[in-house]
Design a protein around this ligand. Structure first.
Ligand code: AMP
Ligand code: ZN
Ligand code: FE
Ligand code: FE
Length: 281
């Protein structure tokens, strides 16, 4: 059987490993296919593809975009995107600039709580990719302000906590349209996060959503089946992955969630029909 892990972060966002290290790990795990899905960044894709060409390993170019809906955050994955498009890279640059300002605001808020983190150290940690809260959580742990990154989120920077600051506001329509323009397949990430997910999925399908990440570390068997059924009901593809971030984040390891390769083939077929203009929307 061939397996794929379609949700992986690298150092180009808040993963702790380089694309080359990620590919080496995937190779060692015997995976046939991985998708690189950094937050608001695509710079890890090229190096991953280049490195994987030495192995019998396929790399799907991807991205994970954050959107805001009723002041809640929802993540949308884009697969098989034309990631080298100039307009897209410019857009990501703007989003990452806002991420930087936001990270510095979080540091200010932490300061007001008596916690001093050096902004330069943070930016250096995040170099050369998009900076996020997990970088800050790792620093809080490293400097002994918390015992774990999870505690950092629970106490300070998790959604709605004292030092939480919002990010760039993409609407679901904007994000899904961007992925469509890149000839990619838009997939709803980790839907267990979302209250009323069926209603939201209905709305997103109208905007061009084409799949649901039904297989995910936090989805137990019943949850995964629920989303597989929802996907079937709405004519959507089923995807899955570990949301691997490497070190410093409690959670799944690469390959802890893997999907049979025939789901990748279905995803690929959808990408091809989008490319040839024959897709539903
Ligand atoms: P950001 O995009 O900067 O808002 O950071 C989002 C990332 O932080 C997610 O992809 C997770 O890796 C991590 N994260 C967010 N909320 C939590 C949480 N409550 N516990 C642990 N990690 C979290
Ligand atoms: Zn992340
Ligand atoms: Fe996510
Ligand atoms: Fe992720």
């Amino acid at each position: 059987m061939k397996y794929a892990d379609l949700h992986i972060h690298t150092k180009f966002s808040d993963g702790s490993f380089t694309p080359e290290q990620v590919i080496e790990q995937a190779q060692q795990l015997g995976l046939s296919c991985v998708a690189i899905t950094d937050h608001d960044e695509v710079a890890g894709i090229g190096p991953a593809i280049k490195c994987a060409s030495d192995f019998d390993l396929e790399v799907i170019p991807g991205v994970e975009l954050s959107v805001e809906i009723d002041s809640n955050e929802v993540h949308i994955l884009g697969y098989f995107i034309d990631w080298q498009q100039r307009w897209f890279q410019d857009k990501l640059k703007t989003i990452c600039q806002v991420r930087k300002t936001r990270a510095l605001t979080i540091i200010e808020r932490l300061k007001a709580q008596g916690i001093n983190l050096a902004p330069d150290e943070l930016l250096q940690e995040a170099e050369p990719g998009s900076v996020g809260r997990l970088h800050i959580a790792r620093m809080l742990e490293k400097h002994g302000f918390v015992h774990s990154t999870q505690e950092a989120f629970n106490k300070y920077i998790g959604n709605g906590r004292l030092c939480y600051v919002k990010k760039f506001k993409l609407s679901p329509a904007e994000a899904i349209e961007m992925i469509r323009r890149l000839k990619g397949v838009a997939v709803l990430a980790h839907p267990y996060h979302i209250a009323n997910s069926e209603q939201l999925i209905n709305e997103f399908v109208q905007l061009g959503l084409r799949g649901i990440e039904a297989h995910y570390p936090e989805h137990d068997k019943a949850t995964s089946e629920y989303y597989q059924n929802l996907a079937q009901k709405h004519g959507l593809l089923i995807t899955g992955g570990s949301d691997y971030h490497g070190l410093g984040k409690a959670g799944a390891q690469m390959g802890d969630v893997k999907i049979p390769y025939d789901l990748v083939e279905q995803l690929k077929k959808e990408a091809e029909s989008i490319r040839s203009g024959q897709a539903k929307k």
